[in-house]
Design a protein around this ligand. Structure first.
Ligand code: NAD
Length: 469
């Protein structure tokens, strides 16, 4: 008797993208690997949805506030998924979710208003603000939800629609987030596409897109800007950082050590504005190295899903290899690993929290963005030398100054070439502040009212005196 073999159903789901758990290195799920030629239909639908969405600000406010509630309600589902694909401790995933909800509420209620223009002439002019159309957002894998919401909250509040592309390393939590947010919005106001390159490149250069807002590395940012020039679309680039922390002579090392450590190692160092270099007065250098190294040696590293974990794995293999390569190069060139310096001998992408001293100042771990759990601590002899070194890279995202005399520290902070500087702190941001890097760290302004105006076009109504009644 012939054996009947079960008939295989044709796979109608299209190509898939494997999603790995960085704590194990194993695949745990998958996402659609969409083709660039699918974008035409997606952008067309975003354009059709824009015609309704742009019409009424009050309707948008109500919908975005409802979306914020929905995000909070989905926290228990979103957080473990984010931790699983990104690696960060669960508490940090919850922080991303609460900031996403807060950002939706902030922009939902931010009114761009109408501005009168007065220049002394008998003319009544006013600026009104109009949305741009469909916006493309492309974001990286380090804080997927927060960075996605930093794009869609102002863009949608302004009356645009959005096509969002997360990193192929972290598509899942963002897909879930978009489905949650979109459930409170009209169809096609917020759409997600996932897949490998050239999906992002094609999205950035799509002729139907009016604004490309990108967060990621400097090299990709340049390529995105070139692509967007073809349409041409407005471009906002939030790029890499190599933030310096400058410690002053009067710094209380023990008092600041915890805060400084976490400013460098939170999210395993994978934060654009993490402290990536420390400059310490030569007299205090070994104490600073030891205080940070002690914390690096004792921090609990593990799966972000384990309740005791304070630091998770590096997110992906290319990133892990970069951290490993630059650390090995620094050590080969004479650096000393006061803590760490190597991968951890366990499955997954774990790198031991590493504090380096005696690092040559031209080592890539100093001059480039390591974006991982490795921190070089460099000595300086004069403050001018420290400020010059802090400003001596192509980056200009953030920076900080640490000392007991806060007025003096504030004066030194004023000499840093960056978009945001902190005193005895690092990487704390307000939703209401402008967020913009200088030099290679960015183009355009995100955050606060500036982020809203970045998603709007001014429309000027100009009335000369003879039209006044
Ligand atoms: P990346 O530049 O490799 O990728 C960012 C995004 O761009 C991803 O979605 C990726 O798939 C996509 N992409 C890749 N090639 C593309 C192309 N040719 N055209 C269009 N899109 C393309 O960056 P990453 O490794 O995912 O993220 C780390 C970088 O992001 C770091 O440099 C970090 O400092 C930066 N970052 C900056 C900020 C900020 O606000 N300034 C915030 C977080 C991260």
């Amino acid at each position: 008797m012939p054996t009947s073999r079960p008939r295989r159903r044709p796979d109608t789901r299209g190509a898939r993208l494997a999603v790995l758990d960085p704590a194990t290195g194993e695949q745990f799920d998958e996402a659609p690997d969409q083709r660039p030629d699918e974008l035409d239909a997606v952008v067309d639908r975003a354009h059709a949805a824009w015609l309704g969405w742009r019409a009424n600000r009050a309707v948008r406010t109500t919908a975005l506030l409802a979306a914020a509630d929905a995000v909070e309600a989905a926290g228990a589902e979103l957080a473990p998924l984010l931790t699983r694909e990104q690696g960060k401790p669960l508490a940090e995933s919850y922080t991303e979710i609460s900031r996403t909800a807060a950002r939706l509420r902030y922009f939902a209620e931010l009114d761009p208003g109408t501005l009168p223009i007065t220049d002394g002439r008998p003319v009544r002019s006013e600026i009104r603000w109009r949305p741009l159309g469909p916006v493309a957002a492309i974001v990286p894998w380090n804080s997927p939800l927060q960075l996605a919401s930093a794009k869609f909250a102002p863009a949608l509040a302004a009356g645009n629609t959005m096509v969002l592309k997360p990193s192929p390393f972290t598509p899942l939590a963002t897909r879930l987030l978009v489905s949650v947010v979109a459930s409170a919005l009209p169809a096609d106001v917020l759409t997600i596409v996932t897949g490998r390159e050239p999906l992002g490149a094609r999205l950035a250069s799509h002729p139907g897109i009016r604004h490309v807002t990108f967060t990621g590395s400097v090299a990709t940012g340049r390529s995105v800007a070139r692509g967007a020039a073809a349409s041409p679309a407005r471009v906002t680039l939030e790029l890499g950082g190599n933030d310096a922390a400058v410690l002053l002579e009067d710094v209380d090392v023990e008092r600041i050590a915890d805060r400084l450590f976490w400013a460098a190692f939170r999210n395993c160092g994978q934060i654009c504005m993490a402290v990536k270099r420390v400059y310490a007065p030569a007299r205090l250098h070994s104490r600073v190295v030891e205080a940070l190294a002690e914390r690096a040696r004792t921090v609990v590293v593990g799966s972000g899903l384990d309740p005791g974990t304070r630091m998770g794995p590096v997110n992906n293999i290319p990133q892990l290899e970069r951290v490993e390569r630059w650390t090995a190069r620094a050590v080969a060139d004479g650096a000393r690993a006061a803590a760490g310096g190597h991968r951890l001998d366990r499955p997954g992408y774990f790198f031991a929290p590493t504090v380096l001293s005696d690092v040559p100042p031209d080592s890539p771990v100093v001059t480039e963005e390591q974006f991982g759990p490795v921190l070089p601590v460099l000595p300086y002899r004069s403050l001018d030398e420290a400020v010059e070194a802090a400003n001596g890279t192509g980056f200009g995202l953030g920076g900080s100054v640490w000392g007991t005399d806060v007025e003096r520290a504030t004066a030194v902070a004023g000499r840093l070439e960056c978009g945001t500087a902190w005193i005895n702190h690092h990487a704390e941001l307000s939703l209401a502040q402008p967020f913009a890097g200088v030099k290679e760290s960015g183009v355009g302004i995100a955050g606060g009212p500036w982020g809203l105006y970045g998603n709007l076009s001014p429309f000027v109504v100009h009335r000369p005196e003879e039209t006044w009644s």
